[in-house]
Design a binder for this molecule. Structure first.
Ligand code: ATP
Length: 313
């Protein structure tokens, strides 16, 4: 819970983590990126980002992963806030407090989530009412996953992942996330993927029919079988114990499992809430991962939680 100074104006935005239900990686592009065909799915692990007027630009971190995030100018929430200030012609700095509940460098796009939250929070704090296309454009500039954190739900991402299209998805799903100690660097995982592919010709990526059919049906069994990630082997290569972790979760009854984004978090799908609890307990009991969290999806994108203006005395 974040508390700000009594009587001060502040806006708190809640923003979800994501898992890629499918991540198809195309060939390496001239600009260093890869074309993707991915299906993003927002889950109920949230960061809360609070902005309030301050004497200087500042980032403060709280929560279990607070020590792992940069508090300098590279923080995505700070970059986002400065962008909104520039677009809105605002010259008053803000303090940004991030209650960090999304694992850092875990393949769950926590940094991007904070960027999206700061866009929405600053827009509300300053009453700018920026249009959705304006926010989407800023999100796309900030990073590949920021636009999805604004949108939430389940969506197809193409380009670098910033170009989103709706997907017909039914049902609500129960997830268990096995969180490893020490993150994996996203560029390092892509580089390993390229290295492992060598000179093999890689086709333009496309979302798979199996996954689309599974999402339309709302059947967790079908979704479990359709999960896939082209970065998974690269993540295993850089962090071999992840292969055993995935196998362990499947043996314990998960309907499916996949490395989340560039890892090292492994996402397991359970049949229902009870199945997720059983799986989480079993994974924790064998000590396969230092931390195990449950969540449901799809979750809403970045949204204002509380908006408090100056209180009269
Ligand atoms: P990806 O979006 O590529 O899946 P990830 O989920 O693996 O990324 P993040 O938690 O987004 O990883 O963090 C990646 C890096 O971004 C961190 O190592 C950190 O240096 C940087 N970063 C910048 N701002 C933030 C932030 N607000 N929260 C977390 N990390 C941040």
């Amino acid at each position: 819970m974040i508390t700000t100074r009594e009587g001060s104006r502040h806006v708190t935005v809640r923003v979800p983590a994501k898992v890629n239900l499918e991540l198809n990686v195309g060939p390496h592009r001239a600009d260093g990126y890869h074309d993707l065909a991915t299906v993003f799915h927002a889950v109920s692990l949230y960061d809360d980002v609070t902005v309030e007027p301050a004497a200087d630009w500042e980032v403060v971190a709280a929560g279990p992963y607070a020590e792992q995030i940069p508090l300098d100018e590279s923080n995505l929430a700070l970059l986002a806030a400065r962008r909104v200030a520039q677009a809105g012609g605002v010259d008053t700095p803000v303090r940004i407090t991030i209650d960090k509940q999304i694992p850092v460098a875990g393949g769950m796009a926590g940094g991007s989530a904070d960027g999206a939250a700061a866009l929405v929070a600053c827009d509300a704090l300053w009453g700018l009412e920026l249009s959705r296309p304006q926010l989407d454009a800023m999100a796309g500039d900030l990073g590949s996953d920021v636009a999805f954190a604004l949108t939430g739900g389940t969506a197809i991402g193409s380009g670098r992942g910033e170009s989103l299209a709706p997907v017909l998805a039914r049902g609500s799903y129960h997830w268990v996330f096995a969180i490893s100690e020490g993150g994996l660097s996203t560029p390092a995982v892509y580089a390993e993927c390229d290295r492992m592919r060598g000179r093999r010709r890689i086709a333009a990526p496309e979302p798979s029919d199996d996954l689309m059919a599974a999402l339309r049906s709302g059947d967790p069994q079908a979704l479990g079988s359709a999960l896939s990630n082209d970065l998974q082997e690269a993540a295993f290569s850089l962090r071999p114990p992840l292969r055993d972790l995935l196998a362990a979760g499947l043996e314990m009854g998960a309907l499916g499992g996949v490395v989340s984004g560039s890892g090292p978090t492994v996402a397991f799908l359970a049949a229902d809430a009870e199945g997720a609890l059983d799986l989480a307990v079993a994974l924790a009991a064998v000590g396969s991962a230092p931390e195990v969290k449950r969540a449901t999806g799809p979750a809403h994108g970045a949204h204002v939680l509380s908006h408090e203006m100056t209180r009269g005395r």
